[in-house]
Design a protein. Structure first.
Length: 456
């Protein structure tokens, strides 16, 4: 039962809270009778509140009130000392979270309960893309939003006397998620737990555990579970369906937190395995450059000799420095594809490459990458299944004074070579350097005139 109150609201609520805290030893007790406020507040929007944030945690000085609808619950233990609320019960446009020292907050704030939050004196901040309000704590001189002390929770959070409403989550796909949905309730259809996680529990005991939701197109969303939740030891479902939960964010990556296991309505058969990783001997290394006059203009070029575009998802380019038997650096090619009879260029210094050759490389790989060799290293092209598709040099052999040294020059694949080779074959290459040893050409090469990146 909810009673109305205006002036005596805070006193009555605190008394109830103190009595409850003194007598309760576990969660098996009758819910307390609560008071509510029917005061006619002038409210501001969540977006207006967020505009106060200027990049640093700041105390709210304005005598503002916001209204929200509770969407989280700590009843099953997957949320702790935090309350998420959004600006409408249906069609929500924004949400927020408040940090507070209040265990079993579900006894006071039901899902769908509307609340008024008096903001003056609270702090607003942002952590890893996630807006929050609450108290404050200071570490090494830096202020961050912390938990609102129990003694003042009900000075700031007032229950509305409006009836509890059913929260309608926004129905979206993983790819449609955006920052405006953070701290709101969302429903994501046609997802399942990742295959290699099937058979595991929701979380490791007493540890926050990350599981992975995935749709039939292999798009992923992290599912975060508390190691103290009531369902911690339950085995995750092996079916597919709809996942409902509060959308949060950490390190600019979206995450979903469910209230109970019932938020996962998984009854459908799982997606058929999507095959989107392919191998092909048509991908090969076509040129490796170490210009004599500018080491910043180094590059490596890959060629697709087929007529069809080939995805490089799962492919890697690796370097074995000098005589090393261990991979010293890797370039992940997964985000790229090569058009039929096309090329991509990889550079360790994109800006210098553009200054020299007049266009940006396809991939900026960074220093000490496979594209940043000084001429005596060995480089392999690896497909998604760990197979060497093309090899330049001999692993374990320093290239200096060998038939695969291209120091101050270049290694250029002969035009007639149309497929990768798992074993370095000297006859497939024309190699320029500053020594001319072992069949190589003693003719240092200068950029840009002696090189043709992007041209086969």
């Amino acid at each position: 039962m909810i009673f109305k109150s205006n002036n005596l609201f805070n006193i009555n609520f605190l008394c109830i809270l103190l009595l409850t805290s003194a007598c309760v030893k576990n969660k098996d007790f009758e819910e307390p009778e609560l008071v509510c406020s029917d005061e006619d507040f002038s409210v501001v929007s969540v977006s207006e509140l967020k505009r106060l944030y200027n990049g640093q945690t700041v105390q709210i000085q304005e005598d503002w009130v916001i209204k929200g609808y509770v969407v989280s619950s700590d009843k099953s233990g997957n949320f702790f000392n935090i309350l998420h609320f959004q600006d409408a019960s249906r069609g929500a446009t924004e949400g927020l979270q408040i940090e507070l020292e209040l265990r079993d907050s579900h006894l006071f704030f039901d899902i769908g309960q509307s609340v008024f939050i008096k903001l003056k004196g609270l702090y607003i901040g942002q952590t890893n893309g996630l807006f929050k309000i609450g108290g404050v704590f200071t570490s090494f001189g830096n202020r961050s939003v912390g938990r609102l002390p129990n003694s003042v929770v009900f000075n700031h959070i007032l229950l509305s006397c409006d009836p509890i409403e059913k929260i309608s989550p926004r129905s979206v796909s993983i790819l449609e998620l955006n920052e405006s949905m953070v701290n709101t309730l969302v429903r994501i259809d046609n997802v399942e737990l990742k295959g290699d996680e099937i058979g595991q529990s929701f979380s490791v005991e007493k540890e926050e555990t990350q599981r992975t939701l995935v749709d039939c197109d292999d798009n992923e969303l992290k599912l975060m579970n508390s190691g103290y939740s009531d369902f911690q030891a339950q085995i995750i479902p092996d079916k597919m369906g709809a996942a409902t939960g509060v959308l949060t964010m950490d390190k600019n990556e979206f995450q979903l937190i469910i209230r109970t296991v019932d938020d996962l309505d998984f009854k459908l058969e799982r997606c058929e395995e999507l095959i989107d990783e392919f191998t092909s001997t048509s991908i090969l290394i076509s040129e490796i450059a170490d210009p004599d006059n500018n080491s910043g203009a180094r590059f490596l070029e890959l060629y697709n000799s087929s007529n069809e575009s080939i995805s490089l998802k799962g492919w890697n380019l690796v370097r074995y420095t000098n005589a090393s038997l261990e991979v010293s650096s890797t370039v992940d090619l997964s985000d790229y594809s090569i058009d039929g009879n096309g090329l991509i260029v990889i550079s360790p210094n994109a800006l210098e490459f553009e200054n020299v050759f007049g266009f940006l490389p396809t991939i900026a790989a960074g220093t000490n990458s496979p594209a940043d060799s000084n001429g005596d290293d060995n480089i392999a092209l690896i497909d998604p299944f760990g197979t060497v598709i093309d090899m330049f040099g001999v692993i374990g052999e320093d290239g200096s004074n060998t038939n695969h040294e291209f120091e101050d020059g270049k290694a250029e694949r002969i035009i007639g070579v149309m497929s990768g080779n798992t074993v370095f074959t000297e006859s497939e290459w024309i190699i320029y350097n500053d020594t001319g040893n072992n069949g190589t050409v003693n003719l240092p090469q200068n950029a840009p005139l002696d090189f043709t990146p992007g041209v086969r």
